[in-house]
Design a protein around this ligand. Sequence first.
Ligand SMILES: *Cc1c(COP(=O)(O)O)cnc(C)c1O
Length: 220
Amino acid sequence: MSVEANLNEVQSQLPQGVTLVAVSKTHSAEVVMQAYEAGQRVFGENRVQELQEKYEALPKDIEWHQIGHLQKNKVKYIAPFVSLIHAVDSVELLDVINKEGAKNNRRIACLIQLHIAEEDSKFGFAYTEAKKFFEAYETSHYPNVLIKGLMGMATFTEDDAQIHKEFRTLKSFYDLIKETYFLENKEFNILSMGMSADYKIAIEEGSNLVRVGSAIFGSR
Ligand SMILES: *Cc1c(COP(=O)(O)O)cnc(C)c1O
């Protein structure tokens, strides 16, 4: 199947209001262009250098998302152009993003990553830490950051019930945080969950932004 056919297939599974981030990591600029020509404008990468190279090589109306773990010393390379940073997993990282946002005279949109999987290897705040973070959060301390929502990655498992449970818990937490801290702030409206293997489950559980790579571009 072509990239265009795969893209149409994935798009056909998405209800209205769910945004698709096409995860193009490891794939060439030419392959990204096939998706671009089929109408896709939102792409995700998890390595800063690759993101930067693709940003420079490809059309400027693409929205680039940094989806994976981000090292603090690399924020500066993407700060001028990145549309959304999905995986803010520490207050220290948020501080750096705020500083780099200021240098670039912009507010950088971010999601707070929650650790929802059983594996230790996945980054993110624990629920209790995230709660403390939001309790203490003052928008005025972060004038160059815009927190737009939450992100999480489920356990890599065949057990659909487990995945449902993890996404459902994250959705309830998202609703709680939105109602408690962002009622007046309409910008807090993104819940990023779901990849090729589990995006259908994520949508059933209330995701409104899915990050899909291999189902569009083939295996890496
Ligand atoms: C690679 C990656 C994806 C996409 O994974 P696929 O299984 O190829 O759909 C989504 N989110 C993050 C954070 C990733 O690193």
